[in-house]
Design a protein around this ligand. Structure first.
Ligand SMILES: [Mg+2]
Length: 263
């Protein structure tokens, strides 16, 4: 066996696990990379869990993980706000892990539309008319706030073909009512996600591979960031999707199982 790449970035849902079940070969692949000392990170667009909660889930499923192994939209959105708009007052339409990360980072937050500078839309199962009204007033009535989104996903896939509406549904409600458009959409395929994941790993990006189950996010991230790419057929995108995609949108590798990476 040989590590074909110098570093590995893995999507989680549909790549490492589906729901609460590890996908075939996932644990063996990660154990082998760790034993060989090959650097890797887990990437997720889902901001409803913190990196620590992902590390706990992966460890419980049999892949020992520490929070620093995980980069998700909680990490990237917090970093983006602190870097680009450190003084901004933010209204997060988000679940607790993102709000707690903002609190820990000292990001100012408000529900008063007259003082909100940035509305942050996210995957929020507590999204309601009250939150939509605050966003509407801050953007449309007071004409002071702009909109960003933690991730572009339309839905989050569940086992058995079900799913939940994701961040794009919240963005669409705000865009439709205010006629604004989102100024930044973070998460995969935005290259900031790969940059955050590779921070602290001293390797040539062209020798790194992004492994995921979605052409439009995971493989697109690889293409936009100059990484190698591998699509695993255990989640969202199928071999037919690959064949239907434009040649420059196709993955470098197509895998039936994750452990084909190390075979
Ligand atoms: Mg996925």
């Amino acid at each position: 066996m040989t590590a074909r790449f110098d570093a590995y970035l893995f999507d989680l849902d549909g790549t490492i696990y589906l729901g609460d079940r590890l996908l075939p070969g996932a644990a063996e692949t990660i154990a082998w990379l760790r034993a060989e000392g090959v650097p890797f990170r887990f990437l997720s667009n889902n901001a409803t869990r913190s990196p620590g909660q992902y590390a706990e889930k992966l460890t419980a499923l049999g892949i020992p993980t520490v929070p620093a192994d995980v980069v998700n939209t909680v990490t990237v959105t917090t970093h983006w706000l602190r870097t680009n708009h450190p003084e901004a007052v933010v209204f997060p339409i988000a679940e607790r892990p993102l709000i707690e990360a903002f609190e820990a980072a000292g990001i100012a937050m408000s529900e008063d539309p007259a003082e909100i500078d940035i509305v942050v839309a996210s995957y929020d199962r507590g999204f309601d008319y009250r939150k939509l009204q605050i966003a509407f007033d801050a953007i449309w009535f007071h004409k002071r706030a702009f909109l960003i989104a933690t991730n572009p996903d339309r839905y989050c896939p569940f086992p058995g073909g079900r799913g939940e509406p994701d961040c794009a549904a919240v963005v669409a409600a705000i865009e439709a009512s205010t006629s604004t458009t989102c100024r930044a959409v973070l998460g995969k395929p935005d290259p900031a996600m790969a940059a955050a994941a590779l921070a602290g790993i001293d390797v040539d990006p062209t020798r790194c591979v992004m492994v995921g189950d979605r052409l439009g996010t995971d493989i697109e991230l690889a293409h936009r960031s100059g990484l190698q790419s591998a699509l695993v057929l255990t989640g969202d995108s199928s071999r037919a999707d690959v064949e239907a995609a434009a040649p420059d949108a196709r993955p470098g590798l197509v895998l039936e199982r994750l452990d084909e990476l190390i075979a």
